[in-house]
Design a protein around this ligand. Sequence first.
Ligand code: NAD
Length: 495
Amino acid sequence: MRSLAHFEAVAGSIKIPGEAVIDGKLTESVSGKTFANVSPRDGRVLNHVAQCGPEDVDLAVKSARRAFDEGSWRKLHYREKKRILFKLAELMERDIETLAVLESLDVGKPISNALGGDVPNAIRSLRYYAEALDKVYGEVAPEAPDRFSFVVHDPLGVIGAIVPWNFPLHMAMWKVAPALAMGNSVILKPAEQSPLTALKLGELALEAGIPAGVLNVIPGFGAEAGKALALHNDVDMLAFTGSGPVGKLLMQYSGQSNLKRVSLELGGKSPHIVFADCPDLDRAATEAAWGIFYNSGQVCTAGSRLLVQDAIADDFTNRLISVARKIVAGDPLEPATTSGAMVSEEQMKTALRYIETAKREGGTLALGGNRTLEGSGGFYVEPTVFSGVTPENTLAREEVFGPVLAITRFTEADDAIRIANDTNYGLAAGLWTKDITLAHRAAREIRAGLVWINGWDSCDITMPFGGFKQSGFGRDRSLHALHKYADLKSVSITL
Ligand code: NAD
């Protein structure tokens, strides 16, 4: 791993992107307005970014529609589409340090995570869908003597991809890659806190040869650019990752406009259950700690509710705390840093507010609880652990999206399953046990889109990702995601 000085030099040499990518060109917003993009690393303004509004959205939609109707991408031979997407992956690899440094500066995440996780994972996802695009087959319907009937997957048209700030490039790629693979045009709306890697991706897509209008990137505010995109009558689908309240708004916007399809990846309050017969307490403690503290807890699948069986609760809590004490909070560009900043002052204050609420409601503060590295000007919060949290406490019910863990004890296995399901969310769950029957039973009974047994976050692009209940619907990742971006068309020939 290279040094802080190296990454600071990379940061100093980058031309930080700030223009929208619309109709194959880098462009300012129609109004000429920009917004200040603050780095949570030190609270300083990194650059000014085009503030797109309804007029820019309309230009992007018109361009995307034109590209789709003319077929500059949709009708391209599959070998050519594949070649261009692979070329994009190569360019991302060429610029991997630039992308990682932009991500690190923009959202405050450790450079080691950006360089070892976010960017390579985004590239892997892109390659996965580039490889898959010529393996999507239609069907021939059962034979009727006088007809030949078949079913094809037709791309939907113009996809609005609205993404959050916690894994900006990676989440964007989970949507952009399968949508493009199926022949659609895409308008990517990055979160206002984290526009930089999306803008860089838009530039690289042009360099790779993706035709004008096929991938537009419109930075701007949710209530302005995002809303205009969601209400636009010529957008066929919204692929969203973000908060529950905004997910609910998108469904309203769809109903108020053209009934565009909506897929929602929303938040979670994921239970991480450790039964007394856990096969490896140290490993479980390490994964439980990183399951909440990775990316400063700003992970939709964060294991924010740790449920531990009585017999091992004290021992397990101690092991987890000793792992958490070794987490190195620091400058995101310093390679030794394992915990960076939270994305914004607002998000930091939200986490600190939840910490105060947990104290007021009687939780025992076992670790952390404070803002840290204040002198940097950035937005850092210590890894924080509360024990003695009851299932009714706010910390056990609401998503903090910060480095705050709630530990709750249970006695019987059935209690753990009941508590795990006592939530409006259903994104992920984890459990540790040697008992294969219990493991299967719990996996069946827990209402969550992802269940990990004896390991946390133990699957990748090959497995579907998404939630039950108010964690949303529709799946990213895996071959299933491709079908989200196409519709079935039944064609019948009378012989
Ligand atoms: P958010 O919902 O506020 O913003 C997400 C995106 O929606 C941003 O691009 C934002 O600009 C846009 N947006 C905001 N208001 C809008 C509106 N009225 N119309 C259209 N677009 C609008 O969420 P956030 O604060 O950026 O991200 C954190 C949330 O996202 C957390 O709740 C987290 O759990 C969730 N999340 C979920 C997943 C998942 O895969 N399930 C992944 C990451 C984050």
